[in-house]
Design a protein around this ligand. Structure first.
Ligand SMILES: [Zn+2]
Length: 260
C-alpha cells in the first residue's frame, strides 16, 4: 500500500463477549478484502453485564488481535445511559436519537472519572493497551471530555471528526454508518449512504462504522461489504491510532486509578 493514499478507518462498535462471534466473522471478511487494520470499540461491561475480563477466551483473543495490530478503543463502560435529565431537546436526543445508548452524553465529572477509571483498570488487568475513546452514540458531556484529556487519552471520536486531545487539534473525518434500528431507519440509510460516500470520495480520511445489529439484516450486511470493497479500491485500511504521530503513541496509563 502506498503511504500517501487516502485512509479508510474501519471500526467495529459495541464489542463485548456477546458480540464477539459477530466481530470475528466481520474481521475474517475484512481480511478477505485485504483489510488487516481495524479499530475495535470495546465496552467493558455492556449493559451492566459482568466485566469482559471474566471471559478468559475472549481476553486471549483480544490480546492476539491487539498484538497483530488491531486497535482496541474504549467505548464507554456500560454503553447505556441509566439517567436522562435536562430540557426537551436533551431528553429527545437521549431517548430517541440514541435510544438511551448515549452513556457519556450527560455524565458529571465524578461519574465520568469513575467509569473511565474502571474501564482502564479492566483493560490494564487484561494487558490491553488503549490510546483512544469513542463515546457511545458519539455524544459526550464537556465534563467527560475533560476527564479524557486528564486521563491521558490521545484522541476521542465524534461523528464528523476525531479530536487529538493531547495535541489540542482535530481532524475532519466523516463517518459512514447504517442505522439498523427500524425499517424506516434502514430505508433512509440505504438511500443516504451511497450519496454521502460519493460526496466524501476525495476526503483524505473516511470512516466506516459497523454495529453488531447491522449483521441481523442481510440487506444491510451486503451493502456494508459492497461499500467496503469499493472504498478499499482507493483507500488504505487504517486505525484511529494511525492518526497519531508515532513518537506520541503512548498507551493511556491507569493514573485515574487513584479514585479507586
Ligand atoms: Zn456503541
Amino acid at each position: 500500500m502506498k503511504g500517501g493514499r487516502r485512509k479508510l478507518i474501519i471500526s467495529f462498535h459495541d464489542l463485548h463477549p456477546g458480540s464477539w462471534e459477530c466481530c470475528r466473522r466481520f474481521l475474517e471478511r475484512c481480511r478477505s478484502y485485504g483489510a488487516n487494520a481495524l479499530s475495535l470499540l470495546l465496552v467493558p461491561r455492556y449493559h451492566g453485564q459482568p466485566p469482559f475480563t471474566e471471559n478468559r477466551a475472549f481476553v486471549r483473543w483480544l490480546n492476539k488481535v491487539s498484538d497483530r495490530g488491531y486497535e482496541i478503543c474504549l467505548h464507554g463502560y456500560y454503553h447505556k445511559a441509566e439517567n436522562i435529565s435536562g430540557g426537551f431537546k436533551e431528553r429527545m436526543v437521549a431517548k430517541y436519537y440514541t435510544n438511551r445508548e448515549g452513556e457519556f452524553y450527560q455524565l458529571s465529572t465524578k461519574t465520568a472519572q469513575q467509569r473511565v477509571s474502571d474501564g482502564l483498570h479492566l483493560l490494564n488487568q487484561a494487558k490491553l493497551p488503549v490510546y483512544g475513546f469513542t463515546a457511545p452514540a458519539w455524544l459526550i458531556s464537556d465534563a467527560a471530555r475533560q476527564v479524557l484529556i486528564e486521563s491521558g487519552f490521545l484522541y476521542h471520536t465524534l461523528w464528523g471528526r476525531v479530536e487529538l486531545l493531547q495535541a489540542g487539534s482535530s481532524v475532519p473525518a466523516s463517518t459512514l454508518v447504517y442505522s439498523s434500528r427500524s425499517v424506516p431507519h434502514r430505508a433512509i440509510s440505504r438511500a443516504w449512504i451511497p450519496f454521502f460516500h460519493r460526496r466524501n470520495r476525495k476526503a483524505s480520511i473516511l470512516r466506516l462504522a459497523v454495529h453488531p445489529s447491522d449483521f441481523r439484516y442481510r440487506a444491510v450486511e451486503d451493502r456494508i461489504y459492497a461499500l467496503l470493497e469499493e472504498a478499499l479500491q482507493t483507500r488504505t485500511p487504517s486505525t484511529y491510532l494511525d492518526l497519531i504521530p508515532e513518537a506520541s503513541r503512548r498507551p493511556v496509563g491507569t493514573a485515574a486509578d487513584h479514585t479507586r
